[in-house]
Design a protein around this ligand. Structure first.
Ligand code: LLP
Length: 398
């Protein structure tokens, strides 16, 4: 599907997703279980554009939501409450009330205080809340510190000893039904070792609890599998799943996973147009494009690397570029020190692997409109989110 055609029709910047890649990436993880009991709860935070969420639902995916609003979108996309797990380190009273009354497959509880709040709501509503306890295993995911969540110094979950003590109390709390132990140690993890260790810990604790009489239904091992942004090898979906199943199989517990990035990242590109080129230093130029930290925050926020390629094949000699966005900040760099065929205003570039945490993290800084999104499917394309207008923004204001 020529990206230039889409850019000409819809304008830039535009996110373009491949339905086929989304399906392939989902199935690669799903089929790697080889019949071992499991459920994939796609992490909506990676990309919850309605058409994408619907596509995953149609494949049989369940959902992992991180806010009441993601729960809303999930339900509009066809996910039943019983197919949604709800994680999040700061769930408000309104969010908890909604989660208990739906009721969801599980509320993944992050502290003793939150557990008590869930219990009080469930008691008041005359319901039994299905809860999982999120462990903080003090395991280093060896990823970027901003997206590592499994160390003691991170705000997430409950340390193992505290979790054990908390779990003991559940026997005498009739408004709470403990359904699982949950762990998620970070994102963009490219070594299986931390994932394996977290799985072993969560499965071990689950079995301890089962022996003590808790009717656990599954173990939730979170998300986190990384993708290759730069072409270096990363574990495949199959290697990932077999590492996890290897830790859990002897206990016979079904596995829940919450993959986001591994499914969505490689399925999307951000197409942008060069608006200006100007000299930077003796060896490089700035190429200023019409997408920046407002459309794709990852490079500015995590110094993340995304491949950037010209959309049309060019025979022009290569030149070194600092590829930057139009936003009034020097942190608004999309790609540093990139060799590309000589660029001119009007040329199109594609920023690769932008399907996860791209549009989902976009903002209106500088009053820039949220970009359009397009889904390519069976040789055709369609707009799945139109470009925002300034009037859309002002509709909220007086
Ligand atoms: N489950 C929980 C509880 C999570 O916190 C996350 C991601 C996931 C699942 C999905 O993880 P994944 O499979 O996508 O790695 N904005 C950052 C990523 C933040 C991830 C937050 N939590 C980025 O652009 O790299």
């Amino acid at each position: 599907m020529p990206l230039a055609d889409i850019a000409a029709a819809v304008g830039t910047p535009v996110y373009v997703y491949s339905a086929a890649t989304l399906r392939d990436r989902y199935r690669a993880i799903d089929e790697a279980f080889d019949g071992y009991p499991h459920a994939l709860h796609y992490a909506l935070k990676a990309n919850s554009t309605l058409a994408i969420a619907r596509l995953l639902r149609a494949l049989g995916s369940s959902a992992d939501a991180n806010s009441i609003w993601e729960i809303d979108v999930a339900r509009k996309a066809g996910f039943e409450p019983s197919h949604i797990v709800f994680t999040g380190v700061g769930k408000s009273p309104e969010e908890l009330e909604c989660a208990v009354s739906l009721p969801l497959k599980a509320i993944n509880v992050e502290s003793a205080g939150e557990l008590a709040r869930v219990e009080a709501i469930a008691a008041r509503l005359g319901r039994t809340a299905r809860v999982a306890i999120r462990l903080n295993p003090d395991i280093d995911a060896q990823s970027h510190p901003h997206i590592s969540t499994g160390l003691k110094i991170n705000k997430f979950g409950v340390p193992v000893d505290e979790a054990r003590a908390l779990l003991q109390t559940l026997k005498s709390r009739p408004s709470l039904a403990l359904v699982a132990v949950h762990v998620h140690v970070g994102s963009q993890i490219t070594s299986l070792d931390p994932l394996r260790r977290a799985a072993a810990l969560a499965a071990g604790l689950s079995v301890e609890l089962r022996r003590a009489g808790a009717p656990l239904e599954y173990v939730d091992l979170g998300g986190g599998l990384g993708v290759s942004y730069d072409g270096r090898e990363v574990p495949s979906g199959r290697e990932y799943v077999s590492a996890l199943v290897g830790e859990v199989r002897r206990f016979g517990l079904p596995i829940v996973l919450e993959p986001g990035r591994a499914i969505a990242a490689p399925a999307g590109v951000l197409v942008a147009r060069v608006v200006d080129v100007k000299p930077r230093d003796d060896t490089s130029d700035f190429a200023i494009i019409d997408a920046g930290m407002t459309e794709l925050l990852r490079p500015a926020l995590y110094n993340a690397f995304h491949r950037i390629e010209p959309v049309s094949i060019s025979a022009a000699p290569e030149r070194r570029y600092e590829i930057v966005g139009p936003v009034c900040e020097s942190s608004d760099v999309v790609g540093r020190d990139r060799l590309l065929p000589r660029l001119a205003p009007g040329d199109l570039v594609a920023i690769r692997d932008a399907g996860a945490y791209g549009s989902a993290m976009a903002s209106n800084y500088n009053r820039r409109p949220l970009p359009a999104e397009v889904l390519v499917e069976d040789g055709e394309w369609r707009v799945i989110r139109r470009r925002q207008t300034v009037d859309d923004q002002l509709a909220l204001e007086t």
